[in-house]
Write a protein that binds this ligand. Structure first.
Ligand code: PRT
Ligand code: ZN
Length: 299
């Protein structure tokens, strides 16, 4: 593999982000030759290879220019950035895009039944976390002093084991907190997956492929909720119909052969199209309403 011409992208090897990361690359057209448990997979139809690693290693691999690109949760990236900065070093990865998956939040949670009066309730307490740098930054921002108990996992059971008074951990549905009799009280960081790149300037051919990949990712993200709507309507109803079409800019209006009054309307709607919207369109005079999925979009 030629380092000068082939992009290297780091992706989580096996975990919550793996399937979504590969899915979005697949939607961007990438076909990978990958044997199971391989560390690296070559792109068959793009000059891009995927390196499978632990998510925690992705920021450094990109910062140190081992990989050109990486897909990683903002929680991991921020922790690494704040950790480096707390030691007087510079975090150099650049965030290119925020992607619509891996959403979660890093939150403070206290035992149910305890009272909470804002960050000042943290003064002098012991907080268990796997995100010590992010938590330290939060505490400093709020001017409170607390003891950070750094754990490598199973943070949610720390209060019951007497190792901490409360926790700072990732939450998505909240059911883990509930099962451990904890109550979420404050969000420290909202997170989702981001695409990062090396700070090092790359050869032109690689920069071009990054641009192409980003355009394709934008297209993939745009079509996620998008639908193509086709309908017939009286010309007089067009102003109302345009109001009703969710997130569409310029619908195409086509005359219907043999009908002076009725037209066909075609539009891309960038927001979810609900049954209620279709019912309102019908009430406004539309008929023959079709809603189709959009597979690809390039603006
Ligand atoms: O082996 P490797 O180091 O690569 O994987 P990992 O075990 O560190 O990470 P993994 O696969 O668990 O998570 C990868 C990334 O997914 C995280 O860094 C986040 O960016 C994102 N993510 C999204 C989550 C969650 N949602 C999530 N709910 N990561 C972890 N959780 C855990 C959380 O720690 C808690 O234990 O799920 C539990 C809470 O979930 P709920 O739904 O009960 O609230
Ligand atoms: Zn990890």
């Amino acid at each position: 593999m030629d380092k000068a011409t082939r992009l290297k992208l780091a992706v989580q090897k096996s975990g919550r982000l793996t399937d979504h990361s590969l899915d979005i690359l697949g939607r961007c057209g990438l076909k990978l030759a990958r044997g199971k448990d391989q560390l690296i997979a070559s792109g068959l139809n793009m000059p891009l290879d995927v390196l499978f690693v632990r998510d925690d290693d992705i920021p450094d691999l990109v910062q140190e220019d081992v990989c050109d690109l990486g897909l990683v949760g903002l929680n991991v990236l921020e922790e690494r950035r704040l950790d480096l900065e707390s030691r007087g070093k510079k975090a150099d990865f650049q965030v290119l895009r925020a992607l619509d998956f891996g959403r979660c939040r890093l939150s403070l949670a206290i035992p149910q039944g305890e009272s909470w009066e804002g960050p000042k309730s943290l003064q002098g307490r012991r907080i268990a976390t796997t995100y010590p740098a992010t938590l330290a930054h939060y505490l400093a921002k709020h001017g409170v002093e607390a003891h950070i108990v750094t754990l490598s996992g199973a943070v949610e059971i720390a209060p019951r084991l007497g190792r901490a008074d409360l926790i700072c951990d990732l939450v998505s549905s909240g059911s883990t907190l509930q099962a451990n009799h904890l109550r979420e009280v404050e969000v420290v960081l909202e997170s989702q997956v981001v695409m990062i790149r090396t700070p090092v300037p790359l050869p032109a051919v690689k920069e071009e492929w990054i641009e192409r990949l980003l355009l394709r990712i934008d297209g993939v993200e745009q079509v996620r909720e998008s639908k193509y709507i086709m309908l017939h309507a009286p010309r007089s109803a067009l102003p109302r119909i345009r109001e009703l079409l969710p997130g569409s800019e310029f619908p195409t209006i086509i005359p219907l052969e043999g009908s002076a009054d009725r037209v066909a309307v075609h539009a891309v709607c960038r927001e979810t199209v609900f049954w209620e919207t279709l019912e309102s369109l019908k009430a406004a005079g539309a008929s023959a309403i079709l809603v189709l999925p959009v597979e690809k979009m390039l603006n």
